[in-house]
Design a protein around this ligand. Structure first.
Ligand code: CA
Length: 400
């Protein structure tokens, strides 16, 4: 008894030394095997049961110890690829073991919000072995810009790496690099941010604040909306976006959905259509972090500018996006999962049959983790990454 009290006392005093969110994050993990900070790790997966609106969910920490993981992708052999913002691309096995960094990954500017960002595997990966990445690419001096590259994964190395897209111009900002990659038929979408320079989101001569649409080898589709327009970038599909860190193809309509960070308030879900202007910074539901209005803002709506499909008055700080269309958990059908960095939760939006948002639920609030990415795996589970120094790969499975 006395020993138990002493152990409890030590546990409480240790907890008290940590920030509130960290201690909340650590609480359910007390019985987990410790994981090393990097390199090859095989922590025994630890599961807990958490209550949700649709019943209990089994939450498993499959891997941890990855610093600030940014994106994950599933390989046909059951492994996953995970990017870390600092520049490492790792292979994570189903048992949670984490590989050394894969060689051949392009150099990145890992400063501010920059670094190694999204990863997706080619729809034809089984035969072409191609892996696609976005990242903050270094330029001359202090310049950096979002770029996309692809390479063939051979063992623990990316070979024949080629840059397929470069956001122009590069700037010395370390903000709002975006970005996500989404395959759609023969095309590839790339979502970006305004690089913290608001007016550029309205400048068709830059890729700032755009969704780009290219072929996977970097060629520009002739039917892109601004092809042939003088002074416009031909890759641009839509513009007037602020910072897009989430995108996915709606599996029921086969149309691209994206989300973007608002300023203080006004995070949005958009359904970007060819050539349309999504308004930033002319229209917004947010204000500056200073508490003052956005200088360029004229209000919440304006003729010729698109309204968001959905928006949050208080910003969750959205990152990662995944539709749920897998047959394994019917109760999750018609859900759209979105990670929240600022409000430290996994958001589940309920969609009706035409895609309107008819409900919103917050999962993982008790854990208090910043959620950077969310995907639905081939197993029908929902997978997520936490944006922490001791980043976790999570698996969520609905019971019953
Ligand atoms: Ca907008």
């Amino acid at each position: 008894m006395r020993k138990n009290c002493l152990a409890l006392l030590i546990a409480v005093s240790l907890t008290a030394c940590q920030p509130a969110a960290e201690s909340a994050a650590n609480a359910p993990a007390a019985n987990e095997a410790a994981a090393s900070a990097s390199g090859t790790t095989a922590a025994a997966p630890a599961s807990i049961s958490i209550p949700t609106q649709l019943g209990a969910v089994t939450l498993t920490t499959v891997a941890r110890g990855m610093p600030n993981p940014w994106a994950l992708a599933f390989l046909p052999d059951g492994d996953m690829l995970v990017t870390e913002r600092s520049g490492a691309l790792r292979r994570v096995a189903a048992d949670g073991s984490v590989s050394e960094p894969i060689k051949g990954v392009p150099a990145v500017v890992a400063e501010g919000q920059g670094g190694l960002l999204d990863v997706v595997v080619s729809p034809g990966f089984a035969s072409d072995g191609l892996v696609y990445l976005t990242y903050a690419e270094p330029g001359e001096g202090k310049l950096a810009g979002t770029a996309a590259a692809r390479g063939r994964l051979e063992g623990d190395t990316l070979v024949d790496v080629e840059v397929i897209f470069r956001q122009v111009p590069k700037t010395d900002s370390r903000h709002h690099f975006g970005s996500r990659l989404v395959f759609h038929g023969e095309h590839l979408y790339i979502t970006m941010g305004d690089r913290g320079d608001r007016p550029t989101a309205q400048d068709l001569g830059s890729h700032m604040g755009t969704v780009a649409r290219i072929f996977p080898d970097g060629r520009v589709p002739e039917d892109n909306p601004f092809v042939g327009q003088e002074g416009a970038q031909p890759e641009t599909w839509s513009y007037g976006h602020r910072n897009q860190q989430g995108a996915a193809l709606n599996p029921w309509t086969q149309v691209l959905w994206t989300h973007e960070h608002g300023p203080k308030g006004g995070d949005e879900v958009n359904i970007p259509q060819a050539g349309r202007n999504y308004g930033w910074p002319i229209i917004t539901y947010g204000i500056n972090y200073s508490g003052f209005p956005i200088p360029e803002a004229e209000g919440e709506s304006k003729e010729g500018l698109e309204q968001p499909h959905y928006y949050w008055e208080v910003s969750p700080g959205v990152s990662g996006m995944a539709f749920y269309a897998h047959e394994r958990f019917p109760a999750w059908q018609r859900s759209l999962f979105v990670g929240s960095l600022a409000q430290r939760a996994l958001i589940r939006l309920s969609l009706d049959e035409v895609g309107n948002v008819v409900g919103e639920e917050r999962l993982l609030e008790a854990q208090g983790w910043r959620i950077r990415d969310v995907r639905v795996g081939p197993d029908g589970a929902v997978w997520a990454l936490t944006d922490e120094t001791d980043g976790r790969l999570l698996r969520l499975e609905l019971k019953g």
